[in-house]
Design a protein around this ligand. Sequence first.
Ligand code: ISL
Ligand code: CA
Length: 560
Amino acid sequence: TVTNQWWQKAVVYQVYPRSFQDSNGDGIGDLPGITSRLDYIKQLGADVIWLNPIYRSPGVDNGYDISDYYDINPEFGTMADFETLLANAHQRGLKIMMDIVVNHSSNQNKWFTESAKSKDNPYSDYYIWRDPVDGHAPNNWGGFFGGSVWEYVESRQQYYMHSFAVEQPDLNWENPKLRQAVYDMMNFWVDKGVDGFRLDVINLISKPTSFADGQPNNGEPFADVGDIIANGPRLSEYLQEMHQQVFAGHDLITVGETPSATVADAKQSAGLTTNELNMVFEFEHMGLDGNPAPELGKWNDQPVKLVDLKQSLTKWQTGLHGSAWNSLYWNNHDQPRIVSRFGNDTAKYREVSAKMLATLLHGLQGTPYVYEGEELGMTSAHFKQLSDYQDLESLNAYHHFVDDEQRVTADTMLTYLAKMSRDNARTPMQWNTSAQAGFTTGQPWLQVNPNYTTINAAQATADNASTFAYYQQLIKLRHTVPVITTGDYQLLDADDDAVYAYLRTDGPTKLLVIANFTDQTQTRHYDALADGAKRLIGNYEDDAADTLRPYEAKMYLMEK
Ligand code: ISL
Ligand code: CA
């Protein structure tokens, strides 16, 4: 198996620029703020920084609606600020990954405003335009953020397609000129010296040949466009073309965001020899929280079942081993905080369960991603009222399910938002105990979690038993213990609903990872634990052998 690429031993740290560090008191994180915090990321030990979109954008979807791919959002700074950030990162041996959003752009992008003018201008085929059918939208597809994917434009007397918000029209990848414009733009950033790309919803770019109606589910008026357009017929062709036009000859790190991708899809898009992407973000383990009410989509407050989580992660570990490469993540800017979701964020168990989850993830094969604040054990926001939220997905869902459809009471929906809203990940980074957690001297764009007085970077970096210190050790282990990168994976005791244990093996070397997911003491014996096993790391000071204390996790190395 091929495991000699630098990005296969690397750890990526995700920075959500809006929420990381404000430098000028306007309440919005910015590029000079990130530059000022590079030493912190270096101290953690990460190799790469993934920046969520920083391009010019009207901000309908926090930057995932790009109006100029060649410019920086003035809220975040200038191109000179970006160049300074890049140079400072490189000086410290940190690489920078850009977030590329090319399934759609903003409707304020010049490409779109031109395209909307007429049916025959240089940009007219840059987007997906269709004639009305019987005076209505061309079909019954519904978007990720609710409503029809079609929007009528008078000047063309046509509808354009938008898989996300109305302000996010989908680009037409069937048009070779559009594809070339995308590759040119990506090459502009490669030439500037960036080290890689995260490609937003990249498995949605190839639309199906038929635009026939789909099957609406769960009483919805529309058919879910995600199911219909994911992994379209020309996806591989486009990714190989992008590889040839942009990636080839550069030693980049590339990861595609691929909602609803299967193991088979990932073997193609993230294959070791397919010349597409290095890896993809799969979503299966993010959709396992019990789904008692499918008519409410992702909105629920049910905990995940450990056996389901094991089954899913195991499928991806064994499925990609030797032929493709996994990305490993618990968190990103779209998901609630993992310690509040799969762990236990009470004062008693927060740190130990955050470390347990980290141990489990960082022992797997793949490239780990750490989302800002995860290394502090930051918790979900637990907002109480609708006006606390900013995220359009959360607000749209509330209005749809509570006001329009009356499928759920306001109170219940608020408890679901508190569990699942994307804003749980987006509260400002907690740096220290000063006002607004040291994030800003002004008013933050989204409320700071009041628990910053105890959960913050200043405290964590001064305490060698902190969650931060634990992440530092895990990252160091990945850099120094080869079996973590190379070993194959075997799940132990698939039916154990309290403890997750697995074995990684490379020749005579074995790594055993054990994680107690409960607040109870468990007793387990693993035969794999041979004589001479060395405990590499654990979230309790001492080793109590077969006794696993609440949320205890540890890793053992066995070498012959
Ligand atoms: O966030 C989700 C569920 O809560 C996902 O359905 C998400 O919309 C999907 O994974 C695509 O996400 C990406 O593209 C979106 C953007 O809003 C997300 O922030 C981004 O990660 C549209 O560009
Ligand atoms: Ca700012």
